[in-house]
Design a protein around this ligand. Structure first.
Ligand SMILES: Cc1ncc(COP(=O)(O)O)c(C=O)c1O
Length: 442
């Protein structure tokens, strides 16, 4: 038997086992048809039979350093040989090094890290800290947001995933800026920013500022559409939080650690949060982990008072070792700079050209390696294409060997930060072919 034949058998076995025994996220299980993947390197992944794909989804928009970076996999293996697990109450060198590496990228006055298992529980615990710190109850967050799948995080989420799960209390939603589909009849980014801020402040006033513990915001909303904030917006949110004594939590789970071409997405704006939540890009998902970077003021609240929260795997040594190695290679190899440069000089111009050539593209927006392509049935009315069209585009791309992230009427073009110019050209050419085919079918 050839290697390819063995591979085909392994792919079939993986598929069969999955369909028999694995229950998937956010899905009706009966109609699922998952792709089998077994290996990867850099921006590419492949199945057992050797069929290769360019991973322009970075899986869940988390594999920022690319797949299987050898320095990071070696650091995990080394840590596994030394000590695979240890309780959260002890001091452990790798945990401390990981916390120090993370706070080194945070603003001054943010010196402590609480580690969680992922992004949702980072937000869950950040909201808890804000509530205990302020003695207030409510949390404000945007309708266009995703904050994770735990009790409060999913209710802080704005999108459809909140509605079947609304058991937590004290959550209020507002509209953030999104000029292309403005809720505020705005025609310029400046108008959108000003009016979205006025709306947010009116929500704060109408809810009663003395009842509001936190405003939770994705610095750049990701799954909701890669909505790069207009000028002055995040600084304006900070000013509103300050005016009413509200804690500002910036959710950097998807947009942090290189995705926007900056270490933290908020580095591009004139804003300092009180709490930063992170996960995904901090170690590119090599081991599950998330956490909160905490301001000195909020950390001090818990100097003499118990923080009523914890996890068996808070600061797990394999996760900690992977964070240290991932952040070190990101710095040493200029990976964040690559994301910034390739976004500005290659991806942005290539997607603008694509938009000019294909009337189905309503808008392209993004920065770094964080781009959304909004597909519309009509450019004048901006009517979104339907889910079937997005499914066809995704399938067409996969058939041409390119994986992307699909959300609502959008294709998210979100490769690892290490992506090269040639890989971008390959993915854009495939997308151009698929969009031309899609228009023909419609
Ligand atoms: C902005 C944001 N916050 C939180 C989460 C939840 O992270 P996790 O899936 O690691 O719990 C996500 C996941 O996509 C996210 O994009």
């Amino acid at each position: 038997m050839t290697g390819a034949t063995v591979g085909v058998d392994l792919d079939a076995r993986a598929y069969e086992l999955d369909r028999a025994h694995v229950f998937h996220s956010w899905s009706a299980q009966g109609s699922l048809d998952p792709m089998v993947l077994s290996g990867g390197r850099g921006c590419r992944v492949w199945d057992h039979a050797g069929r290769e794909y360019l991973d322009f989804a970075s899986q869940m928009v988390n594999v920022n350093i690319g797949h299987q970076h050898p320095v990071v996999t070696a650091a995990i293996a080394e840590q596994a040989a030394r000590l695979t697990t240890i309780g959260p109450a002890v001091a452990n060198l790798q945990r401390g090094e990981a916390a120090q590496r993370i706070t080194a990228h945070a603003p001054e006055g943010m010196n402590k890290v609480f580690f969680t298992n992922g992004g949702a529980d980072a937000n869950e615990n950040a909201m808890r800290m804000a509530r205990l710190h302020t003695g207030r109850d409510k949390v404000l967050s945007a309708y266009r947001s995703y904050h994770g799948n735990t009790g409060a995080a999913v209710v802080a989420t704005g999108d459809w995933r909140r509605m079947p799960n609304e058991y937590a209390r004290g959550h209020v939603h507002y509209f953030g800026p999104y000029l292309y589909r403005s809720e505020f009849w705005a025609e310029t980014p400046e108008q959108e920013s000003e009016r979205a801020l006025r709306h947010l402040e009116r929500v704060v006033q109408a809810e009663g500022p003395q009842t509001i513990a936190a405003i939770l915001v994705e610095s750049v909303p990701g799954t909701a559409g890669i909505l790069v904030p207009p000028p002055g917006y995040l600084a304006g949110v900070r000013a509103i939080a300050d005016r009413y004594g509200i804690v500002l939590i910036l959710d950097e789970v998807m947009c942090g650690f290189g995705r926007t071409g900056r270490w933290f997405a908020f580095d591009g704006y004139d804003v300092t949060p009180d709490l930063i939540t992170f996960a995904k890009g901090v170690n590119s998902g090599y081991v599950p982990v998330g956490g909160i970077v905490i301001s000195d003021e909020i950390a001090a609240t818990f100097d003499d008072r118990v923080f009523p929260g914890g996890l068996t795997y808070s600061g797990h040594p394999l996760a900690a070792a992977s964070i240290v190695a991932a952040l070190d290679v990101m710095a040493e190899e200029g990976i964040v700079d690559n994301a910034e440069r390739i976004g500005r000089t290659v991806i942005g111009p290539a997607l603008d050209k694509l938009a000019a050539e294909h009337p189905i593209v309503g808008e392209v927006r993004g920065e770094g390696v964080f781009w959304a392509i909004e597909l519309v049935a009509d450019r004048t009315t901006r009517e979104p294409v339907d889910a079937a069209t997005i499914a066809r585009v995704k399938a067409g791309l996969a058939a041409r060997g390119v994986l992307v992230f699909g959300a609502d009427n959008r294709i998210h073009f979100v490769p690892p930060c290490v992506v090269t110019e040639a890989e971008v050209a390959e993915a854009v050419a495939a997308l151009s072919d698929v969009l031309a085919d899609t228009l023909e079918i419609r």
